[in-house]
Design a protein around this ligand. Structure first.
Ligand code: ADP
Ligand code: MG
Length: 614
């Protein structure tokens, strides 16, 4: 009997490395993160990041850190080569740092790498060239102390991965995101970022405040409220934004646990909740918060690219964080001081009882949270008092939106109604009833029709704006006082790209300086004072736009605008306005559905009415 051939073979190192590399280096931004962290670990005080073609052509990091000896330079590209773990205990104590010794090996497996490095106390440096894990050459060279590493043609040997990369705008945005996080976590280090030859960021060494302003723009300066709390469980420091700075845009929220960036929806909620009543529901407060905890109490998922963490006591974390933010807002007279109610259940938690060092204890006892919770023997459970409610009114943003437009549709082709003709409202203005301020009830031949006012408005605006868009003639009105609109760099890039589309919608916006725009004209239909809000929403939309969504951008923009314009339920008090709304709705090509697909109206047929009465 002929033997069935054995089929298992060991993957070559090269393939194995490539597979492992896929875990660590998913896109140019992941390589950037690793290289920047290495430079920080090397004790650099100045770091330059050079990007070409969104990192596809070149990613370069130049640091003035400790540098490497020629042997270390060679070793650093071996898998599991690290100077940062000496024994198994190290492994546990630094588990917050993810995998060790993988990054350079991974990069070397999927790119052409050229590195020059020189130890601070060496006369001469060493240059090493690697391609697909193979060392091509290593020789002595002249170079500044520190390390200068170039990653060229990332994924050149993994076409599938390269093909998978998003547009340059998107990939560069990810790079800026990583750069921003590292730069925020290390304000004492100077950074520069060059993109295709242009200096995009120039950040001097400084403190967190100057760093935030350097990264996110001067508009943040006057809006920053410091947070500083020390407790036995954790220290919370950083800045939050004043409520009026809360943009309708995500992304300006940063948590760092033990100086490492993380995402955590639960903690995010703790912050947002502290703003309750101070900002609009859709708004996101700005924050850059550093939480310092005993690493033994945090379980960072050991995957290096994961930014998720688990805590031993997440409820307690939530409560502390929430109270810290409330306290910061109160101290700056943004919200009233708060009282806290007792929750013995939390008082029992081991973490509250755990012994702390004398030094920690002293620190803690000076802190506000300690005094609120521990001294007064109150709970770690904060509950807001009614007094906060009155602040709600104070900060509520007035909505001044004109009544529904009266498009001139006499010239338009007869609308193709999706509803049966006999369901069309009969037209007399006396049989319309405003129901609960949000719906209209009217009689039609076959029964009753219930119309959702807001959705009807959205549909009307949507079709009107879309028509204008298609005709390429959205009316634009010049602003009396041009608006300056500042964005964080990564968002500025997106907006710049979308300017032609926005121009078609009637927005006259031009770049002004690096991350600032001047808004000179807006669509005529846009109510005064809403300009910034609409632009915030547009930027938010652009951020979440996937490849194929770009094609539908106009529709989404239009739907967004329509939603923005459809908030004037009050105008519906007038019978004429009610009638006009119904007329306009049924002049639409698709009166049945709002742009987001929800039903605009429903019918209650005569038979059903009869049945109801038995
Ligand atoms: P890790 O950072 O987890 O140790 P890496 O693969 O990122 O693994 O780096 C391997 C080793 O190379 C590091 O432990 C460090 O000794 C050395 N190294 C990497 N980058 C630098 C740098 N910019 N300056 C000095 N040494 C570096
Ligand atoms: Mg590393």
């Amino acid at each position: 009997m002929s033997a069935v051939p054995d089929v298992i073979e060991l993957l070559s190192d090269h393939i194995a490395n490539q597979i492992a590399a896929g875990e660590v280096i998913q896109r140019p931004a992941s390589a950037v993160k690793e290289l920047l962290e290495n430079a920080i670990d090397a004790g650099a005080t100045e770091i330059q990041l050079v990007i070409k073609d969104a990192g596809k052509e070149l990613l370069q990091v130049i640091d003035n850190g400790c540098g490497m000896s020629p042997t270390d330079a060679r070793m650093s590209f071996e898998r599991h080569a690290t100077s940062k773990i000496r024994n198994i205990n190290d492994l546990f104590s630094i588990r917050t740092m993810g995998f060790r010794g993988e990054a350079l090996a991974s990069v070397a497996a999927v790119a052409q790498v050229e590195m020059k490095t020189r130890k601070q106390d060496s006369e001469i440096g060493s240059q090493i060239i690697i391609e697909g894990t193979q060392v091509k050459s290593q020789e002595a060279c002249a170079t500044a102390p520190g390390t200068n590493i170039m990653i060229k043609n990332l994924f050149y040997n993994v076409p599938a991965r390269r093909h998978f990369l998003k547009s340059n705008t998107t990939e560069f945005r990810h790079i800026v995101d990583e750069f921003t996080r590292v730069a925020l976590a290390h304000p004492q280090v100077a950074f520069k970022l060059w993109n295709n030859g242009a200096e995009q960021f120039h950040l001097e060494a400084g403190n967190l405040k100057t760093r935030i302003v350097g990264l996110l723009g001067h508009s943040y300066e006057k809006n920053l409220v410091p947070v500083e709390e020390r407790t036995d469980l954790l220290n919370i420091t950083g800045f939050i934004g004043k409520p009026e700075a809360a943009a309708r845009t995500r992304g300006m929220q940063f948590f760092f646990i033990n100086n490492r960036f993380i995402r955590n929806p639960y903690l995010h909620h703790a912050v947002v909740n502290a703003y309750e009543g101070l900002i609009e529901k859709e708004a996101f407060p700005f924050y850059v918060l550093f939480l310092e905890v005993d690493p033994a109490r945090v379980d960072v998922n050991v995957h290096p690219t994961k930014q998720e963490v688990k805590f031993e006591d997440d409820r307690l974390m939530y409560t502390y964080l929430n109270a810290a933010v409330k306290h910061a807002l109160a101290r700056y007279n943004i919200a009233p001081s708060l009282d806290f109610t007792l929750s013995p259940e939390i008082q029992q938690l081991s973490s509250v009882q755990l012994p702390v060092t004398h030094e920690q204890k002293q620190d803690t006892e000076k802190g506000y949270l300690y005094n609120t919770f521990t001294n007064k023997n109150q709970a770690h459970f904060a509950e807001k008092k009614d007094s906060l409610k009155q602040w709600k009114e104070l900060y509520q943003i007035a909505q001044t939106i004109p009544s529904v437009p009266s498009p001139d549709y006499t010239e338009q082709a007869a609308p193709t109604l999706l509803v049966q003709h006999d369901t069309q409202p009969s037209g007399s203005s006396h049989n319309i009833l405003l129901v609960q301020g949000s719906m209209l009830l009217t009689t039609v031949k076959s029964g009753l029709m219930l119309i959702h006012i807001r959705r009807a408005q959205e549909r009307i605006w949507y079709e009107r704006l879309l028509q204008e868009w298609n005709d390429g003639q959205t009316a634009s009105q010049q602003l009396l006082f041009p608006l300056s609109y500042e964005l964080p760099p990564q968002d500025a890039l997106l907006l710049t790209e979308a300017l032609p589309d926005l121009a078609r919608m009637g927005f006259d916006i031009s770049p002004f300086g690096q991350y600032t725009f001047v808004v000179q004209g807006v669509p005529t239909s846009l109510p005064a004072g809403e300009e910034r809000n609409v632009l915030d929403e547009v930027v938010e939309q652009l951020k979440h736009e996937s490849g194929d969504a770009v094609a539908k951008r106009s529709e989404t923009l239009v739907a967004n605008m329509a939603r923005r314009l459809s908030r004037n339920i009050n105008a519906m008090m007038q019978p004429e306005a009610q009638q006009a709304l119904i007329d306009e709705l049924f002049a639409c090509t698709q009166p049945e559905y709002a742009p987001d697909g929800r039903r605009v109206f429903t019918m209650i047929r005569k038979e059903e009415l009869d049945n109801m009465l038995g």
